[in-house]
Design a protein around this ligand. Structure first.
Ligand code: IPM
Ligand code: MN
Length: 346
């Protein structure tokens, strides 16, 4: 019989609340013969306050023994900015070589968006996840003085760019529209920009069916708002991808619906699935958090592990739920989770 051995990191703030709903829907959608095992990891702000630890080696090792990781959200105003982000979230992405940060955007029915009523919007951003300005390669001279100089170096390797670009071509090739857009800023960031563009063009020769396009990131933000239907698959670096996917979420129904996967396509390490949103300490504990982004992240997790039919059931349930969602009577986190669990039940 099949099994699914999941690591769960609820994390901080609304992370706890949305992950509970994600697990509820997961349990409901899985066929009877699949044995679901979950192990919860106590990582995040509370752990750091208690022990000073962000992600000890023993836990990092233990996390490797799972099929996948479900993460809620990391970050709390009581912890200095960057400590948990770098010491926990980015550490996981780097240690498990999550070089594909997959962030789909779809215009679901009945969502609050400036783009309501537009033709179908359905694109996916393939954000590089292990390089760029996220590597912590930089420093500060004469810190705190009027003569301070800070550098933040973006690291781009041919190896790292080629593998993520290839993954994006594969995804584009398997979609009906077969279109891939490279987003960068190669008129200013010439070294990294040319590396990306050269590799993009070179790998493209292996995918004659895929039509390609290049946009500077500033121009891309305009098209995200004025003409989002032009996009199919987008490949971009770590920081541009971070910014673009928040914009993508905002224009396609809000951050409450945006799912993501931090994927290691080789299977050498477990992939990690999380909503794009953060821990939202301002609404933690109020029951106002929308668990849909986490539930859609569970769908990405299932698809990654080969449970395609179950992933589709979740996505269709969300679509149907949103179509019937009545903006006037707000449902709680729990109620949305319950409604979706019922819809997907096998
Ligand atoms: C995201 C977040 C993270 C990122 C932060 C919390 C480090 O914004 O997942 O998009 O920048 O990648
Ligand atoms: Mn972000």
């Amino acid at each position: 019989s099949r099994s699914l051995n999941l690591a769960v990191i609820p994390g901080d703030g609304i992370g706890q609340e949305v992950v509970a709903q994600g697990l509820k829907v997961l349990a409901s959608v899985l066929p009877q013969d699949v044995k679901l095992e979950t192990k919860e990891y106590d990582l995040g702000a509370q752990r750091w306050h208690r022990t000073g630890e962000t992600l000890p080696d023993a836990e990092l090792d233990s996390l490797k023994n799972h099929d996948a990781i479900l993460l809620g959200a990391i970050g709390d105003p009581s912890v200095p900015s960057g400590v948990l982000e770098r010491g926990l979230l980015l550490k996981l992405r780097f240690a498990f070589d999550h070089y594909v940060n997959l962030r789909p955007s779809k215009l679901f029915p009945n969502t609050a968006t400036p783009l309501a009523g537009r033709p179908d919007i359905d694109f996916v951003v393939v954000r590089e996840g292990t390089e760029g300005p996220y590597t912590g390669n930089g420093g500060s001279l004469r810190t705190g003085t009027p003569a301070e100089v800070a550098t933040e170096v973006s690291v781009n390797t041919a190896y790292g760019v080629e593998r993520v670009v290839r993954d994006a071509y594969e995804r584009a090739d398997s979609r009906p529209r077969k279109k891939l857009t490279l987003v960068h800023k190669n008129n200013v960031l010439v070294y990294a920009g040319h590396l990306w563009k050269n590799i993009f063009d070179k790998v493209g020769q292996e995918y004659p069916e895929v039509s390609t396009d290049y946009l500077h990131v500033d121009a891309a933000t305009i098209f995200f708002v004025t003409q989002p239907e032009r996009f199919d698959v987008i490949v971009t670096d770590n920081l541009f991808g971070d910014i673009l996917t928040d914009l993508a979420a905002a224009v396609t129904g809000g951050i409450g619906l945006a799912a993501s996967g931090n994927i290691n396509p080789t299977g050498a390490f477990p992939s990690m699935f999380e909503p794009v949103h953060g821990s939202a300490p301002d609404i933690a504990g109020t029951g106002k958090a929308d668990p849909t982004a986490t539930i859609l992240s569970v769908a990405l997790l299932l698809r990654h592990l080969g449970f395609e039919a179950e992933a589709v059931r979740i996505e269709e349930a969300v679509s149907a739920d949103l179509a019937e969602r009545d903006g006037a009577t707000a449902r709680t986190t729990d109620q949305i989770g319950d409604a979706l669990a019922v819809r997907v039940a096998s």
